[in-house]
Design a protein around this ligand. Structure first.
Ligand SMILES: Cc1cc2nc3c(=O)[nH]c(=O)nc-3n(C[C@H](O)[C@H](O)[C@H](O)COP(=O)(O)OP(=O)(O)OC[C@H]3O[C@@H](n4cnc5c(N)ncnc54)[C@H](O)[C@@H]3O)c2cc1C
Length: 435
């Protein structure tokens, strides 16, 4: 039996948190979004933390501020209707899961902790007035926690246009893009190839593209006779869990995955569906371009970093921005050179959410911030049953003043047990963030 059978997954995730559209409570503040952006809405009466971004870092931070001090008012600002999980989205591409199974409302955060959920776009920041500027109006804060994820650097790809995203889906923000890539695979004719490109590190989830390669290859092997997956990687080798991925590719997908390292995407031709690289042109029946990434665009609009840089500099002890006081930055947007050698993963964003929550709760109550600890385990499925993983534990080093690795490593091998652990990890961390 597959460790990730759909029946068990649906049952378990229903226990964890209500799937989108199932729950009755909206949690939304129902404001008039046509109000002037410079009008203060929801005037503040007591201590308030505003959290921008209802993803992995932001949901955790919002919940853990409330757990730390329920008297603090918490407003979570998110542009999207629902939370769609990037972890497990490769499983949707392979057909192991449905998009609905990885989609959740924010209702439990509103219902269980009294977090106010405001569904709107954050457009800027007034740090002097301590106000977040949104499409619905200005929101005052005592502390602002920002976890806006990543933005794609399409300006590096010649010929790119917005419509190209549907032809060459990144599927690196889960949701509609995930569904498009899945559909391209399903519609692939026998013998047609899939092209996938991997950006140079650093990027969100270092093992993510290689797990995806395994699962696309698994799908082709079982459904598309004669089709291959060509992986064009800007890195000189697999960027994470290399030994274990290479072993899985050799053992299961030797005739299916063609790996071309040190290959950089230069441009696309949307009409002819050609991907241009420094190693020549490639064309497939399905094509997945994972572009270079930088901090989420809100970080630039807020003045947290200049246009010339890619990641936000923070104080590694509290995750407070080096540029703006009372603004804390989490997750993929942060600069590892200022935090320490942690990967851009959901688990790290979740750990960072707890670090920042503890720091702001203590500061708002006149106490010193706690010494931070972080943890990361990242599972990758290599087929419908077996997984591999990498893990690490980190804390703050007084000498270097950085988050430092205290141990960790790779799984010794791939196994079905780790496949089951991958499912359990996903269910438990969703529960930690969202219920
Ligand atoms: C295919 C794939 C597989 C992955 N697998 C794993 C895994 O197995 N394990 C793991 O630990 N990690 C995994 N990751 C990585 C993980 O998804 C990211 O590291 C994590 O999402 C980072 O959290 P974040 O809070 O920084 O950003 P996000 O989770 O992207 O959250 C950002 C949120 O901010 C919102 N937002 C941004 N700007 C605005 C704005 N201006 N106004 C309003 N809202 C805004 C966005 O809509 C979004 O909801 C995977 C990623 C991918 C793509």
């Amino acid at each position: 039996m597959s460790g990730i059978s759909r029946r068990n997954f649906v049952k378990a995730s229903a226990v964890v948190v209500a799937a989108a559209g199932v729950s009755g409570c909206t949690g939304s503040l129902g404001l008039n979004l046509n109000k002037q952006q410079d009008q203060v809405i929801l005037p503040k009466s007591g201590k308030r933390v505003v959290v921008l971004g209802g993803g992995w870092g932001g949901t955790t931070a919002a919940k853990y501020v409330k757990l730390g001090d329920p008297s603090i008012e918490v407003i979570l600002v998110e542009r999207l209707e629902n939370f769609v999980s990037c972890p497990a989205s490769n499983w949707v591409i392979a057909g192991f899961k449905s998009l609905q199974e990885i989609t959740f409302t924010y209702d439990a955060l509103a219902k269980n902790y009294g977090i106010k959920i405001l569904k709107t776009e954050a457009t800027g920041l007034d740090p002097a007035a301590k106000q977040l500027i949104t499409a619905a109006g200005r929101i005052e804060y005592d502390k602002l926690i920002v976890s806006p994820g990543v933005e794609f650097m399409y300006d590096k790809i010649e010929g790119w246009s917005k419509s190209a995203e549907d032809i060459f889906p990144h599927a690196y923000k889960a949701g509609r893009q995930t569904a498009i890539l899945r559909e391209q695979l399903v519609n692939l004719k026998n013998g047609e190839n899939v092209i996938m490109t991997v950006p140079a590190a650093p990027y969100r989830c270092p093992p993510g593209p290689y797990e995806r390669a395994c699962l696309i290859a698994f799908y082709l092997k079982n459904n598309k006779k004669g089709s291959k997956l060509i992986v064009l990687d800007a890195n000189d080798d697999i960027a994470s869990k290399g030994k274990l991925f290479h072993a899985a590719w050799d053992d299961y997908y030797k005739d299916i995955i063609e790996y071309v390292p040190e290959t950089v995407v230069k441009g696309v031709d949307v009409k002819s569906r050609v991907i241009k690289t420094d190693k020549g042109d490639f064309k497939g029946g399905a094509a997945n371009i994972i572009p270079n990434m930088k901090a989420g665009s809100f970080a630039y609009k807020a003045g947290l970093l200049p246009e010339s840089e890619r990641w936000v500099r923070v104080n590694s002890f509290t995750l407070e921005s080096q540029a703006l006081k009372n603004v804390f930055v989490l997750g993929d947007s942060t600069h590892a050179g200022t935090v320490g050698p942690v990967p851009k993963s959901g688990f790290v964003a979740n750990s960072m959410g707890k670090v920042a929550a503890a720091a702001v709760v203590n500061e708002l109550n006149g106490k010193e911030p706690l010494k931070p600890n972080l943890v990361n385990t990242c599972y990758s499925l290599v087929n419908d049953k077996e997984a591999i993983f990498i893990s690490g534990v980190y804390d703050y080093d007084e000498n270097t003043k950085m988050i430092t690795s205290r141990g960790g490593g790779l799984s010794p091998e791939r196994s079905e047990l780790y496949g089951k652990h991958a499912v359990d990890w996903t269910l438990s961390i969703w529960s930690d963030m969202l219920s």
